[in-house]
Ligand binder design. Structure first.
Ligand code: GLC
Length: 443
Protein backbone atom coordinates (compact mmCIF):
# COMPACT_ATOMS: atom_id res chain seq x y z
CA UNK A 1 0.00 0.00 0.00
CA UNK A 2 1.02 3.57 -0.46
CA UNK A 3 1.85 5.37 2.77
CA UNK A 4 0.66 8.78 3.78
CA UNK A 5 2.18 10.94 6.43
CA UNK A 6 0.81 10.82 9.90
CA UNK A 7 0.36 14.56 10.27
CA UNK A 8 -0.92 15.74 13.59
CA UNK A 9 -2.89 12.58 14.32
CA UNK A 10 -0.07 10.97 16.22
CA UNK A 11 -0.51 12.55 19.59
CA UNK A 12 -4.22 12.09 19.77
CA UNK A 13 -3.88 8.51 18.62
CA UNK A 14 -1.46 7.76 21.38
CA UNK A 15 -3.60 9.51 23.88
CA UNK A 16 -6.64 7.64 22.67
CA UNK A 17 -4.98 4.26 22.93
CA UNK A 18 -3.79 4.99 26.42
CA UNK A 19 -7.29 6.01 27.37
CA UNK A 20 -8.66 3.06 25.49
CA UNK A 21 -6.92 0.76 27.91
CA UNK A 22 -4.98 -2.34 27.25
CA UNK A 23 -6.96 -4.02 24.57
CA UNK A 24 -7.71 -6.99 26.74
CA UNK A 25 -10.14 -5.02 28.82
CA UNK A 26 -12.81 -4.79 26.15
CA UNK A 27 -12.82 -8.50 25.41
CA UNK A 28 -15.65 -9.43 27.70
CA UNK A 29 -17.87 -6.64 26.45
CA UNK A 30 -17.61 -7.27 22.79
CA UNK A 31 -18.23 -10.90 22.01
CA UNK A 32 -19.60 -11.58 18.56
CA UNK A 33 -23.13 -11.81 19.93
CA UNK A 34 -22.98 -8.27 21.25
CA UNK A 35 -22.04 -6.96 17.84
CA UNK A 36 -24.39 -9.04 15.73
CA UNK A 37 -27.39 -7.22 14.46
CA UNK A 38 -25.96 -3.72 14.86
CA UNK A 39 -24.92 -3.72 11.21
CA UNK A 40 -24.98 0.08 10.95
CA UNK A 41 -25.88 0.36 7.26
CA UNK A 42 -23.58 -2.21 5.71
CA UNK A 43 -23.85 -3.58 2.20
CA UNK A 44 -27.32 -4.39 0.98
CA UNK A 45 -28.71 -7.87 0.49
CA UNK A 46 -25.96 -10.42 0.32
CA UNK A 47 -23.30 -7.93 -0.81
CA UNK A 48 -20.26 -7.56 1.41
CA UNK A 49 -17.95 -4.70 2.32
CA UNK A 50 -14.21 -5.27 2.02
CA UNK A 51 -11.75 -2.75 3.46
CA UNK A 52 -8.15 -2.05 2.52
CA UNK A 53 -5.84 0.89 1.83
CA UNK A 54 -5.30 2.52 -1.55
CA UNK A 55 -3.64 0.24 -4.11
CA UNK A 56 -1.26 2.06 -6.46
CA UNK A 57 -0.62 -1.04 -8.54
CA UNK A 58 -4.29 -1.33 -9.52
CA UNK A 59 -4.26 -5.10 -8.92
CA UNK A 60 -6.85 -5.06 -6.15
CA UNK A 61 -9.57 -3.07 -7.99
CA UNK A 62 -8.99 -5.36 -11.00
CA UNK A 63 -9.45 -8.48 -8.92
CA UNK A 64 -12.60 -7.17 -7.28
CA UNK A 65 -14.01 -6.33 -10.71
CA UNK A 66 -13.28 -9.85 -11.96
CA UNK A 67 -14.87 -11.36 -8.86
CA UNK A 68 -17.96 -9.19 -9.21
CA UNK A 69 -18.35 -10.16 -12.88
CA UNK A 70 -18.69 -13.81 -11.92
CA UNK A 71 -22.11 -14.99 -10.85
CA UNK A 72 -21.50 -15.36 -7.13
CA UNK A 73 -24.92 -14.15 -6.09
CA UNK A 74 -23.40 -11.18 -4.25
CA UNK A 75 -21.00 -8.33 -4.92
CA UNK A 76 -17.98 -7.03 -3.05
CA UNK A 77 -17.80 -3.33 -2.28
CA UNK A 78 -14.34 -1.94 -1.71
CA UNK A 79 -14.05 0.54 1.15
CA UNK A 80 -10.77 2.44 0.92
CA UNK A 81 -9.05 2.95 4.28
CA UNK A 82 -5.95 5.01 5.22
CA UNK A 83 -2.67 3.84 3.72
CA UNK A 84 -0.92 4.22 7.09
CA UNK A 85 -1.40 0.92 8.88
CA UNK A 86 -1.62 2.62 12.31
CA UNK A 87 -4.36 5.01 11.20
CA UNK A 88 -6.28 2.18 9.52
CA UNK A 89 -6.02 0.11 12.71
CA UNK A 90 -7.30 3.01 14.80
CA UNK A 91 -10.35 3.48 12.60
CA UNK A 92 -11.29 -0.17 12.85
CA UNK A 93 -10.64 -0.28 16.55
CA UNK A 94 -12.81 2.78 17.12
CA UNK A 95 -15.65 1.14 15.20
CA UNK A 96 -15.32 -2.11 17.12
CA UNK A 97 -15.10 -0.33 20.46
CA UNK A 98 -18.19 1.69 19.63
CA UNK A 99 -19.99 -1.62 19.21
CA UNK A 100 -20.18 -2.24 15.49
CA UNK A 101 -18.43 -2.20 12.16
CA UNK A 102 -20.26 -2.71 8.87
CA UNK A 103 -17.09 -4.07 7.24
CA UNK A 104 -17.40 -7.80 6.55
CA UNK A 105 -13.92 -8.65 5.29
CA UNK A 106 -10.88 -6.74 6.52
CA UNK A 107 -7.66 -6.62 4.51
CA UNK A 108 -5.42 -6.28 7.54
CA UNK A 109 -1.82 -6.13 8.71
CA UNK A 110 0.06 -9.20 9.94
CA UNK A 111 0.45 -7.56 13.38
CA UNK A 112 -3.28 -7.31 14.10
CA UNK A 113 -4.60 -10.82 14.84
CA UNK A 114 -3.55 -11.14 18.49
CA UNK A 115 -5.21 -7.85 19.37
CA UNK A 116 -8.38 -8.22 17.32
CA UNK A 117 -8.82 -11.90 18.16
CA UNK A 118 -8.09 -11.25 21.84
CA UNK A 119 -11.00 -8.81 21.87
CA UNK A 120 -13.36 -11.11 19.98
CA UNK A 121 -13.59 -8.74 17.01
CA UNK A 122 -12.55 -11.18 14.28
CA UNK A 123 -13.77 -14.69 13.53
CA UNK A 124 -11.90 -17.94 14.08
CA UNK A 125 -11.59 -19.39 10.57
CA UNK A 126 -10.02 -22.73 11.46
CA UNK A 127 -13.10 -24.81 10.51
CA UNK A 128 -13.21 -23.38 7.01
CA UNK A 129 -9.49 -22.88 6.38
CA UNK A 130 -8.56 -26.48 5.71
CA UNK A 131 -5.55 -26.08 3.39
CA UNK A 132 -3.45 -23.88 5.67
CA UNK A 133 -0.54 -26.33 5.28
CA UNK A 134 -0.15 -25.06 1.69
CA UNK A 135 0.84 -21.63 3.02
CA UNK A 136 4.26 -20.34 4.17
CA UNK A 137 4.89 -21.09 7.87
CA UNK A 138 5.84 -17.54 9.00
CA UNK A 139 2.73 -15.76 7.71
CA UNK A 140 0.58 -18.68 8.92
CA UNK A 141 2.06 -18.54 12.40
CA UNK A 142 1.11 -14.88 12.59
CA UNK A 143 -2.56 -15.79 12.01
CA UNK A 144 -2.75 -18.11 15.02
CA UNK A 145 -4.06 -16.93 18.35
CA UNK A 146 -4.68 -19.32 21.22
CA UNK A 147 -6.26 -22.37 19.53
CA UNK A 148 -7.64 -20.63 16.48
CA UNK A 149 -6.62 -19.36 13.04
CA UNK A 150 -7.93 -15.85 12.65
CA UNK A 151 -6.84 -14.87 9.17
CA UNK A 152 -5.82 -16.07 5.72
CA UNK A 153 -2.52 -14.70 4.44
CA UNK A 154 -2.78 -12.77 1.17
CA UNK A 155 0.78 -11.63 0.50
CA UNK A 156 3.84 -11.43 2.65
CA UNK A 157 6.45 -8.74 3.10
CA UNK A 158 10.05 -8.71 4.26
CA UNK A 159 12.46 -5.79 4.56
CA UNK A 160 14.90 -5.84 1.63
CA UNK A 161 17.95 -3.85 0.58
CA UNK A 162 17.66 -2.33 -2.90
CA UNK A 163 20.88 -1.04 -4.43
CA UNK A 164 22.06 0.68 -7.60
CA UNK A 165 24.07 -2.09 -9.23
CA UNK A 166 25.33 0.22 -11.98
CA UNK A 167 26.64 2.90 -9.61
CA UNK A 168 28.26 0.47 -7.17
CA UNK A 169 30.15 -1.15 -10.02
CA UNK A 170 31.36 2.23 -11.23
CA UNK A 171 32.54 3.06 -7.70
CA UNK A 172 34.52 -0.20 -7.56
CA UNK A 173 32.24 -2.31 -5.35
CA UNK A 174 31.53 -5.70 -6.88
CA UNK A 175 29.06 -6.92 -4.25
CA UNK A 176 26.42 -5.31 -2.07
CA UNK A 177 27.38 -4.78 1.59
CA UNK A 178 27.24 -7.61 4.09
CA UNK A 179 27.59 -5.44 7.16
CA UNK A 180 26.05 -2.10 8.07
CA UNK A 181 29.56 -0.64 8.24
CA UNK A 182 30.19 -1.68 4.65
CA UNK A 183 26.87 -0.14 3.71
CA UNK A 184 27.96 3.20 5.16
CA UNK A 185 31.25 3.00 3.30
CA UNK A 186 29.68 2.08 -0.06
CA UNK A 187 26.84 4.57 0.33
CA UNK A 188 29.03 7.56 1.17
CA UNK A 189 31.67 6.90 -1.48
CA UNK A 190 29.19 6.21 -4.30
CA UNK A 191 27.03 9.16 -3.32
CA UNK A 192 30.07 11.49 -3.44
CA UNK A 193 31.35 10.06 -6.74
CA UNK A 194 27.95 10.59 -8.34
CA UNK A 195 27.00 13.81 -6.56
CA UNK A 196 23.71 12.34 -5.28
CA UNK A 197 21.70 13.87 -2.41
CA UNK A 198 21.51 10.56 -0.48
CA UNK A 199 23.58 7.41 0.00
CA UNK A 200 20.87 5.41 1.79
CA UNK A 201 17.19 6.00 2.51
CA UNK A 202 14.83 4.06 4.74
CA UNK A 203 11.72 4.57 6.89
CA UNK A 204 12.84 6.62 9.88
CA UNK A 205 9.47 8.24 10.67
CA UNK A 206 7.66 7.83 13.97
CA UNK A 207 5.12 5.22 12.84
CA UNK A 208 4.85 1.47 12.23
CA UNK A 209 7.37 1.39 9.39
CA UNK A 210 9.89 3.12 11.67
CA UNK A 211 9.28 0.35 14.18
CA UNK A 212 10.11 -2.28 11.55
CA UNK A 213 13.35 -0.48 10.66
CA UNK A 214 14.40 0.02 14.30
CA UNK A 215 13.73 -3.63 15.09
CA UNK A 216 15.84 -4.74 12.14
CA UNK A 217 18.83 -2.83 13.54
CA UNK A 218 18.29 -4.34 16.97
CA UNK A 219 17.87 -7.89 15.62
CA UNK A 220 20.84 -7.73 13.24
CA UNK A 221 22.99 -6.76 16.24
CA UNK A 222 21.68 -9.69 18.27
CA UNK A 223 19.10 -7.90 20.47
CA UNK A 224 15.33 -8.14 20.86
CA UNK A 225 12.44 -6.27 22.50
CA UNK A 226 10.12 -8.86 24.05
CA UNK A 227 11.21 -12.41 24.75
CA UNK A 228 9.79 -14.43 21.82
CA UNK A 229 9.11 -17.36 24.19
CA UNK A 230 7.46 -15.23 26.84
CA UNK A 231 6.15 -11.92 25.49
CA UNK A 232 5.51 -10.65 29.00
CA UNK A 233 9.30 -10.40 29.51
CA UNK A 234 10.74 -7.14 28.24
CA UNK A 235 14.38 -7.64 27.21
CA UNK A 236 15.14 -4.56 25.16
CA UNK A 237 17.70 -3.08 27.56
CA UNK A 238 20.85 -4.80 26.34
CA UNK A 239 24.22 -3.86 24.80
CA UNK A 240 23.01 -5.44 21.53
CA UNK A 241 19.96 -3.17 21.28
CA UNK A 242 22.13 -0.15 22.08
CA UNK A 243 24.57 -1.22 19.35
CA UNK A 244 21.69 -1.57 16.88
CA UNK A 245 20.30 1.91 17.50
CA UNK A 246 23.85 3.33 17.51
CA UNK A 247 24.39 1.93 14.01
CA UNK A 248 21.08 3.36 12.85
CA UNK A 249 22.01 6.78 14.23
CA UNK A 250 25.41 6.48 12.48
CA UNK A 251 23.56 6.55 9.15
CA UNK A 252 22.90 10.23 9.82
CA UNK A 253 26.10 11.01 11.75
CA UNK A 254 28.33 9.44 9.11
CA UNK A 255 26.33 11.12 6.36
CA UNK A 256 25.08 8.03 4.58
CA UNK A 257 21.74 9.83 4.83
CA UNK A 258 20.26 13.12 6.06
CA UNK A 259 17.81 14.31 8.73
CA UNK A 260 15.07 14.02 6.10
CA UNK A 261 14.69 10.30 6.88
CA UNK A 262 13.31 11.20 10.30
CA UNK A 263 10.01 11.88 8.53
CA UNK A 264 10.26 9.23 5.86
CA UNK A 265 7.62 6.56 5.39
CA UNK A 266 7.51 4.01 2.54
CA UNK A 267 6.41 6.54 -0.08
CA UNK A 268 9.07 9.17 0.55
CA UNK A 269 11.86 6.63 0.70
CA UNK A 270 10.90 4.77 -2.47
CA UNK A 271 10.27 8.12 -4.20
CA UNK A 272 13.84 9.23 -3.50
CA UNK A 273 15.26 5.97 -4.79
CA UNK A 274 13.20 5.69 -8.00
CA UNK A 275 14.05 9.30 -8.83
CA UNK A 276 17.67 8.20 -8.85
CA UNK A 277 18.60 10.30 -5.80
CA UNK A 278 19.92 7.51 -3.58
CA UNK A 279 22.30 4.56 -3.92
CA UNK A 280 20.52 2.30 -1.40
CA UNK A 281 16.96 1.84 -0.16
CA UNK A 282 15.44 -0.33 2.57
CA UNK A 283 11.88 -1.16 1.61
CA UNK A 284 9.33 -3.94 0.96
CA UNK A 285 9.02 -6.04 -2.21
CA UNK A 286 6.37 -3.82 -3.89
CA UNK A 287 9.06 -1.32 -4.94
CA UNK A 288 10.32 -3.73 -7.56
CA UNK A 289 7.06 -3.43 -9.52
CA UNK A 290 7.42 0.37 -9.66
CA UNK A 291 10.77 0.09 -11.44
CA UNK A 292 9.20 -1.32 -14.59
CA UNK A 293 6.73 1.55 -14.82
CA UNK A 294 8.27 4.61 -16.50
CA UNK A 295 5.55 6.81 -15.00
CA UNK A 296 6.68 5.81 -11.51
CA UNK A 297 10.41 5.39 -11.94
CA UNK A 298 13.32 7.14 -13.62
CA UNK A 299 15.58 4.14 -13.12
CA UNK A 300 15.08 0.71 -14.69
CA UNK A 301 15.00 -2.77 -13.14
CA UNK A 302 18.37 -3.73 -14.70
CA UNK A 303 20.10 -0.93 -12.77
CA UNK A 304 18.89 -2.31 -9.45
CA UNK A 305 19.94 -5.25 -7.31
CA UNK A 306 18.10 -6.62 -4.29
CA UNK A 307 19.79 -8.21 -1.27
CA UNK A 308 19.13 -9.25 2.31
CA UNK A 309 19.67 -6.60 4.94
CA UNK A 310 23.23 -6.30 6.29
CA UNK A 311 24.22 -7.63 9.73
CA UNK A 312 26.57 -6.54 12.49
CA UNK A 313 27.16 -9.13 15.14
CA UNK A 314 23.72 -10.72 14.91
CA UNK A 315 22.02 -12.70 12.18
CA UNK A 316 20.43 -11.25 9.08
CA UNK A 317 16.87 -10.43 9.99
CA UNK A 318 13.99 -8.72 8.22
CA UNK A 319 10.74 -7.62 9.75
CA UNK A 320 7.95 -9.94 8.66
CA UNK A 321 5.21 -7.81 7.16
CA UNK A 322 2.25 -8.66 5.03
CA UNK A 323 -1.47 -8.38 4.50
CA UNK A 324 -4.20 -10.85 5.28
CA UNK A 325 -7.94 -11.39 5.23
CA UNK A 326 -9.89 -11.22 8.49
CA UNK A 327 -13.64 -11.62 8.94
CA UNK A 328 -15.61 -9.38 11.26
CA UNK A 329 -16.89 -11.79 13.94
CA UNK A 330 -20.22 -9.93 13.94
CA UNK A 331 -20.77 -10.03 10.17
CA UNK A 332 -23.98 -11.79 9.23
CA UNK A 333 -22.43 -12.77 5.91
CA UNK A 334 -19.79 -15.23 7.03
CA UNK A 335 -20.37 -17.52 4.01
CA UNK A 336 -20.03 -14.75 1.45
CA UNK A 337 -16.98 -13.40 3.28
CA UNK A 338 -15.35 -16.80 3.12
CA UNK A 339 -16.20 -17.29 -0.56
CA UNK A 340 -14.49 -14.01 -1.43
CA UNK A 341 -11.42 -14.81 0.68
CA UNK A 342 -11.12 -18.28 -0.80
CA UNK A 343 -11.21 -16.85 -4.33
CA UNK A 344 -8.75 -14.06 -3.56
CA UNK A 345 -6.22 -16.53 -2.18
CA UNK A 346 -6.42 -19.05 -5.01
CA UNK A 347 -3.07 -19.52 -6.79
CA UNK A 348 -4.21 -17.60 -9.92
CA UNK A 349 -5.04 -14.44 -7.97
CA UNK A 350 -1.85 -14.61 -5.89
CA UNK A 351 0.10 -15.03 -9.11
CA UNK A 352 -1.42 -11.92 -10.65
CA UNK A 353 -0.54 -10.01 -7.49
CA UNK A 354 3.06 -11.26 -7.77
CA UNK A 355 3.49 -10.57 -11.49
CA UNK A 356 1.81 -7.16 -11.55
CA UNK A 357 2.38 -5.89 -8.02
CA UNK A 358 5.60 -7.73 -7.06
CA UNK A 359 3.85 -8.89 -3.90
CA UNK A 360 5.28 -12.06 -2.46
CA UNK A 361 2.91 -15.03 -2.72
CA UNK A 362 1.95 -16.87 0.44
CA UNK A 363 1.37 -20.30 -1.10
CA UNK A 364 4.54 -22.37 -1.07
CA UNK A 365 3.91 -23.90 -4.53
CA UNK A 366 4.14 -20.52 -6.24
CA UNK A 367 7.85 -20.37 -5.41
CA UNK A 368 8.29 -23.19 -7.95
CA UNK A 369 6.35 -21.29 -10.61
CA UNK A 370 8.83 -20.48 -13.37
CA UNK A 371 6.93 -17.46 -14.67
CA UNK A 372 7.02 -15.86 -11.22
CA UNK A 373 10.67 -16.74 -10.64
CA UNK A 374 11.67 -15.36 -14.05
CA UNK A 375 9.73 -12.12 -13.77
CA UNK A 376 9.74 -11.25 -10.10
CA UNK A 377 13.32 -11.34 -8.78
CA UNK A 378 12.18 -10.29 -5.32
CA UNK A 379 10.25 -13.57 -5.19
CA UNK A 380 13.48 -15.51 -5.83
CA UNK A 381 15.23 -13.66 -3.05
CA UNK A 382 12.10 -13.33 -0.96
CA UNK A 383 11.70 -17.05 -0.59
CA UNK A 384 15.01 -17.37 1.24
CA UNK A 385 14.68 -14.15 3.16
CA UNK A 386 11.20 -15.01 4.32
CA UNK A 387 11.88 -18.58 5.27
CA UNK A 388 15.25 -18.01 6.89
CA UNK A 389 15.48 -14.41 8.02
CA UNK A 390 12.11 -12.89 8.60
CA UNK A 391 11.05 -12.29 12.16
CA UNK A 392 7.68 -11.34 13.53
CA UNK A 393 7.27 -8.15 15.48
CA UNK A 394 6.35 -8.84 19.12
CA UNK A 395 3.15 -10.87 19.20
CA UNK A 396 0.93 -9.37 21.85
CA UNK A 397 -2.71 -8.42 22.46
CA UNK A 398 -1.39 -4.96 23.35
CA UNK A 399 0.82 -4.68 20.29
CA UNK A 400 -0.50 -1.28 19.20
CA UNK A 401 0.54 0.27 22.53
CA UNK A 402 3.92 -1.51 22.44
CA UNK A 403 4.39 -0.22 18.91
CA UNK A 404 3.69 3.40 19.83
CA UNK A 405 6.39 3.27 22.50
CA UNK A 406 8.90 1.74 20.10
CA UNK A 407 8.05 4.23 17.34
CA UNK A 408 8.66 7.15 19.70
CA UNK A 409 11.95 5.89 21.19
CA UNK A 410 13.43 4.67 17.91
CA UNK A 411 12.70 8.01 16.26
CA UNK A 412 14.12 9.96 19.22
CA UNK A 413 17.31 7.92 19.10
CA UNK A 414 17.64 8.32 15.34
CA UNK A 415 17.20 12.09 15.59
CA UNK A 416 19.73 12.38 18.41
CA UNK A 417 17.11 13.71 20.87
CA UNK A 418 17.86 10.68 23.05
CA UNK A 419 21.04 8.62 23.23
CA UNK A 420 20.60 4.97 22.18
CA UNK A 421 21.34 4.05 25.83
CA UNK A 422 18.56 6.15 27.27
CA UNK A 423 16.19 5.18 24.44
CA UNK A 424 16.46 1.49 25.33
CA UNK A 425 16.42 2.14 29.10
CA UNK A 426 13.25 4.24 28.81
CA UNK A 427 11.69 1.71 26.48
CA UNK A 428 12.46 -1.06 28.96
CA UNK A 429 10.62 0.88 31.68
CA UNK A 430 7.66 1.96 29.58
CA UNK A 431 7.09 -1.44 28.03
CA UNK A 432 7.37 -3.16 31.40
CA UNK A 433 4.69 -0.93 32.83
CA UNK A 434 2.42 -1.52 29.79
CA UNK A 435 2.79 -5.26 30.19
CA UNK A 436 2.02 -4.96 33.93
CA UNK A 437 -1.14 -2.93 33.24
CA UNK A 438 -2.29 -5.45 30.65
CA UNK A 439 -1.77 -8.32 33.06
CA UNK A 440 -3.70 -6.52 35.78
CA UNK A 441 -6.56 -5.72 33.37
CA UNK A 442 -6.70 -9.36 32.28
CA UNK A 443 -6.96 -10.32 35.93
C1 GLC B 1 4.10 -2.96 5.13
C2 GLC B 1 4.04 -4.29 5.87
C3 GLC B 1 3.29 -4.16 7.15
C4 GLC B 1 3.90 -3.07 8.00
C5 GLC B 1 3.92 -1.75 7.24
C6 GLC B 1 4.66 -0.67 8.02
O1 GLC B 1 2.83 -2.63 4.64
O2 GLC B 1 3.44 -5.26 5.06
O3 GLC B 1 3.29 -5.39 7.84
O4 GLC B 1 3.24 -2.93 9.23
O5 GLC B 1 4.56 -1.92 5.99
O6 GLC B 1 4.56 0.55 7.39
Amino acid sequence: MRRATNGGARFSRKHFLRMGGTGLAGAALLGSGALAGCGGGGAEGDDIVFSWGPDDTGVLPDLIKTFNNQSNGFKVRYREMPSDTGEYFDQLRTQFQAGASDIDVIGGDVIWPAQFAGNGYIADLSDRFTDSDQFLPGPMEAMRFEDGIFGVPWYTDAGLLYYRKDLLEKAGFSDPPETWEELIEQATKTQQDEGLPFGFVFQGGEYEGGVCNGLEYIWTHGGDVLDPNDPSRVIVESPESVAGLTTQRAMIEDRATTQAVLQYQEDESHGTFVRGDSVFLRNWPYVYALLSNPEESQIKPDQVGVASLPVQGGQSASALGGWNFFVNAASEKQDQAWEFIRWMTEPAQLKKNALEGSRLPVRRALYEDQEILDNVPVARLGKDVIIQNSRPRPVSPIYSDVSLEMAEKFNASLSGDMSPESAVATLQEDLSSLVRQAEEAAG
